[in-house]
Design a protein around this ligand. Structure first.
Ligand code: SF4
Length: 246
């Protein structure tokens, strides 16, 4: 089956059948990438019901909330018997690149301009993510259409160039609403990231992520200071093609 045929087949499968087929066809050449938000948790939980050995990876920007580091360990323990090598894989930035960036632009460069914020996201998130993608053919994400206007225009399945090959990027919960996600979590009694109870709707780096107010979309809590600077999608580059990688 070629990539076009796979995409055609997957595009009509529901979430569980889609994840089942991904892991049956690609095994550990597929992986769930997550920053431990609720959608990622649901994807991991569904995977744990249909696969005995699946990969989960995350990007540690080295600027995450202390609660996130604790939560990663908690989820790793919860699903360890199903996780490949019993672990959540953690990819970190290249220390030489970070040192050079901080030396040239300072530790808090992201406040200076959208371009410098994108540079920080590129070095701390996109490049480590690109390293992770080298190890897989299918990248499973927790993207959902209802998270922002920008994300609503993305696709459930995309084929992207990555390091000289093609990678299939799949968002198996793309059409789930926040209500669907919450209902699943309640039904399965899953432990969510502790910052949700403090008003956060997304979980990112500690300085760049803030709680979300009533009526705001999920991504509104990111880089709030940028609103006046440039009308950018609230994206770090992982899901936004802006010269910073995938
Ligand atoms: S979210 Fe902020 S600290 Fe984290 S990588 Fe992006 S700009 Fe840097």
């Amino acid at each position: 089956m070629n990539i076009d045929e796979i995409v055609e087949k997957w595009s009509v499968l529901d979430t569980e059948d889609l994840l089942r087929d991904i892991f049956q066809q690609f095994g550990i050449k597929a992986a769930i990438g997550t920053s431990f938000q609720k959608t990622g948790l649901v994807a991991i939980d569904i995977a744990s019901k249909i696969a005995d050995n699946f990969r989960v990876f995350t990007i540690d920007t080295e600027r995450l909330f202390p609660e996130t580091y604790q939560y990663i360990r908690q989820i790793e323990e919860l699903y360890s018997d199903k996780l490949h090598n019993n672990k959540i894989e953690v990819y970190k930035p290249d220390s030489r690149i970070i040192e050079a960036m901080v030396k040239q632009h300072g530790e808090y460069l992201f406040f200076d301009s959208p371009d410098k914020r994108e540079l920080c996201c590129k070095n701390r998130k996109v490049l480590p993510n690109s390293e992770a993608l080298k190890t897989m053919d299918v990248w499973i994400t927790g993207l959902r259409a209802d998270q922002s206007a920008y994300r609503g225009k993305l696709k459930k399945i995309q084929v992207l160039p990555a390091d000289g090959k093609q990678i299939i990027k799949v968002a198996p919960l793309f059409y789930w609403t926040e209500t669907d996600i919450d209902a699943y979590i309640e039904k399965r009694n899953l432990p969510i990231h502790p910052l949700y109870s403090e008003g956060y709707k997304t979980i990112g780096c500690i300085i760049c992520t803030t709680p979300v107010r009533l009526g705001e979309n999920d991504r509104a809590g990111r880089w709030r200071w940028e609103k006046q600077l440039k009308n950018l999608p609230k994206e770090c580059g992982l899901h936004y093609q802006n010269g910073a990688g995938i």
